[in-house]
Ligand binder design. Sequence first.
Ligand code: COA
Length: 264
Amino acid sequence: MGIFKEGLYRGQHVFITGGSSGINLGLAFAFGELGAKVSINGRNAEKLADAVRQLEAKGIEAKGYAADVRDFAAVEKMLAQAAEQSGPLKVLVCGAAGNFPAPVVGLSSNGFNAVVGIDLLGTFHACRAGFEHLVKPGGVVLAISAPQAQVPYPLQAHVSAAKAGVDMLVKTLALEWGGVGVRVCSIWPGPIAETEGMSRLAPDEKSRASVEKQVPLQRFGTKAEVAQLALFLGSEAASYCTGAVYAADGGMALMGAGLFAALS
Ligand code: COA
């Protein structure tokens, strides 16, 4: 893909939670096209099987593991199985996430818990269970976070709380795991076209045009643009990068809360 050397990830195992759609499936294609053996996780077995078929159709070695990342025992089991089948993990992408716009007064305890459970607890589970299977030294954890971790947007309290937690978890793990040569980074995708998250946050043409106008780069990003950041961070080109947040957001985070205030 793009500037990356053919075969950059040849034979290396990349595991992606929430990998059956959206940005994360884009990552699976990107790593796979550079030779990685790709394992993807999702909750819906049918959707997962379809994603595996799409990857295989491109000649990518892919396997699917159905599990809810909120269930630690299930996460432990799938990572152990995946490591046994495809080898130790070079890259673990913690991408499973949930999002819907809701004001705090329209959010039940269970609604808040669903997003924090998938995004934050799910990331912890994948990291906690994934650590023993990561290549050491040389393994990389990439958590898919979001600008909401730092910038508050209306209707996104649950997401902000979850992603802020994810970023702090990443920083703590970078401290704890640096000594064994495992790097841990956060990626902030901004407004990315053709994703379920974006279609929920900006569902119509008017709201999409409003987002575009306010992003410094004046357009939505693509899944490929997020994937390129992940390919870099997972590679030896990023060998001194750990414990930090890397944005592929067109400058969106610089705009503060105003960006989505118009949508609310
Ligand atoms: N507004 C307010 N509350 C909502 C909501 C909305 N739009 N959508 C879901 N909820 C609440 C539900 O009402 C429920 O709470 P309740 O039991 O008090 O009624 C709670 O969230 C859990 O809902 P459920 O449907 O059981 O969710 P789930 O555990 O299957 O979780 C979600 C999944 C809620 C995150 C779901 O929206 C999802 O899977 N989204 C797709 C993933 C996505 O958006 N990806 C892009 C990430 S950026």
